[in-house]
Design a protein around this ligand. Structure first.
Ligand SMILES: C[S@@+](CC[C@H](N)C(=O)[O-])C[C@H]1O[C@@H](n2cnc3c(N)ncnc32)[C@H](O)[C@@H]1O
Length: 385
């Protein structure tokens, strides 16, 4: 194959591989009987956060699959076209491009507009169950998924966080028993990827009649989300423009807050406790209040003269005190990393399930505050009359 022809095919395939759309490439028509494969079939897949190419090396006896980096594809496909195959078919959602080489090396490129039904492989993590039905049409409107059905690269981290968040809720609800209805408040719902996915999980997977409310202070976001709910006739979900502290008091089964900023997480906790939520699930973000409220000398003062360590200690105390406060109010708590750091730096999750009051928790809460010179934890303020 001459260099001009190779360059033409390489430019074409680079463009396809670099897009967020699904595609399939089929290398075929072997150059000689010594070629070990009959075909090589290439498709995009996501592994963790990275886009890779799944290559199926098909021989008469077996299929062998290898995942390769997209950067390696150019060199590998050039080798395949020069040594193994004459032809390459490229299928996208709306066209088929045939690159056909004659035995003398003449290249013809034939483009046809056809609708190809391509299997969409979103996460490729087939061993793991996906808790987000990314094929739900509203994910396109939310800007998470491309028209072709792939999670946009920029949305992949949020997609993984939401998936893990719901996986943890799934475990938490394992002993929730049969329910007719389930009421959820999502505090600081933002663009609402979690809110939509959780509503779908609870209704489709659990079979419960849902009443899911996303509370969000930005009206542009709640308007967009309510329009998407209406457009797709989604049941059991709505969005309210409100500060979390002003959310109407009403019975709720679960309160969630994914990265609600700073004290907004405390407002979510207070709302859950005051409205007798059975479950409270939080992934806190930017814990600033405690850091500002810490003063005086204590055993860790020489350590936290380094800003980063002061920040880490303040984060730990913020969330540790939240867990103690919840225990004092009759919740069993767990604090853990819900997803690896590569997906988000804010990867701590606090889950709380209604149980018995921990009689020591409030004393421990006060002792820790005293030890680290913490004037107050914002949560306490929310319970002052
Ligand atoms: C970092 S975003 C997270 C959004 C969403 N939960 C997610 O994970 O994609 C935090 C959202 O909380 C909202 N928010 C922060 N404080 C709030 C408050 N006190 N009341 C209502 N919304 C609040 C912000 O406007 C923002 O949309």
């Amino acid at each position: 194959m001459n260099t001009d022809s190779l360059q033409k095919i390489s430019d074409l395939s680079k463009q396809i591989v670099g897009s967020d759309e699904p595609f399939k490439m089929i290398f075929s028509k072997i150059r000689s009987n010594d070629v070990p494969y009959n075909q090589i079939i290439v498709k995009p897949v996501r592994l963790k956060d990275n886009k890779k190419l799944s290559c199926v090396f098909r021989s008469s006896t077996k299929d062998e699959t290898k995942n390769i980096d997209t950067e390696m594809f150019e060199t590998m496909s050039a080798t395949w076209l020069q040594t193994y195959f004459f032809n390459l078919d490229i299928l996208t959602q709306d066209k088929t491009i045939q690159c056909l080489q004659s035995k003398k090396g003449k290249l013809s490129i034939i483009k046809k507009n056809v609708a190809n039904k391509l299997a969409v492989d979103l996460s490729h993590d087939h061993n793991k169950k996906s808790f987000v039905n990314a094929e739900g049409p509203y994910y396109k409107d939310l800007g998470l998924i491309s028209d072709g059905g792939l999670v946009f690269s920029k949305g992949q981290k949020k997609y993984n966080q939401v998936n893990k968040y719901i996986e943890n809720i799934h475990h938490l609800l394992a002993d929730a028993g049969e329910r007719q209805t389930f009421r959820v408040a999502d505090m600081g719902s933002g663009k609402a990827y979690l809110t939509f996915a959780l509503n779908e999980y609870l209704s489709a997977e659990k079979g419960w009649e849902t009443h899911v409310t996303g509370y969000e202070s930005r009206p542009d976001l709640t308007d967009t989300c309510n329009n998407i709910v209406q457009k797709h006739h989604i049941k059991g979900l709505h969005f309210v423009t409100a500060n979390i502290s002003q959310a109407p008091s009403e019975p709720v089964d679960m309160v969630v807050a994914l990265h609600a900023c700073d004290i907004a997480t405390d407002m979510a906790i207070a709302y859950g406790i005051q409205n007798h939520a059975e479950y409270i699930v939080l992934a806190p973000c930017c814990q600033k209040q405690i850091r500002k409220s810490m003063s005086g000398d204590h055993v860790l003062s020489p350590v936290i003269k380094h800003g980063i360590l002061e920040e880490r200690l303040a984060e730990m105390l913020t969330d540790g005190l939240r867990a103690l406060f919840l225990q004092a109010k009759g919740y069993q708590t767990k604090v853990f990393e819900f997803i690896s750091l590569e997906h988000t730096q804010k990867n701590v999750m606090i889950t709380a399930k209604k149980g018995k009051v921990d009689p020591k928790a409030m004393t421990q809460f006060e002792e820790i505050k005293k030890t680290f010179g913490i004037e107050y934890h914002y949560l306490e303020k929310l319970f002052e009359k």
